[in-house]
Design a protein around this ligand. Sequence first.
Ligand SMILES: [Zn+2]
Length: 210
Amino acid sequence: MTILIAVAVVIAAVTGGLGYRTWASSSPSTATPDRQADGVPGRPPPPGSGDWHGDGRGADDEADGAVPDGVTVFDDGFPAVANLDPDLLEALRRAATEAADDRVEFVVNSGWRSRDYQERLLDDAVSEYGSKKEAARWVATADTSAHVSGDAVDIGPTGAAQWLSEHGAGYGLCQIYRNEPWHFELHPDAADRGCPRTYADPTHDPRMQK
Ligand SMILES: [Zn+2]
């Protein structure tokens, strides 16, 4: 075995220096590309995993509202969280504190987004789905997106979104679209009146008809 490894290292060293670095894969330098792979380029959103986040997520995009894995509603070091509407954020934190008693943690898969970022997401979605019409079922324009105005948040994992769909109305947190069970917006009246009827998808939402 030792001989095999030695041979492989020699071959790698001969065929190009890169091979040697790959072989020494315990080095932390390999962590960065792995982390960037989290964006899963070209993948449509699987149910319950947060709506379309496109590719190219990384530290450089955080100022535009990209979110690394595992960010919670309390992490206001990230613009995606800090730039949410203050009332929405406050409701999310109250709900998350209650949910923690049920051992449920809210992860922010997406929150506030810059106009640039929203436009990139829409471009990516049009490429992926093949038409603007189909992309519109998942991604709004920069002019219409409630994420751009800081009024929407995508909560994961699935258990957290389920908890919110059951208990969120008490905090004014409502699902809006049946095809995006992770997407929540603030309806302050919901505590008294319940949440409004959901739309099948964003193309049925009059706010998207701009
Ligand atoms: Zn959303």
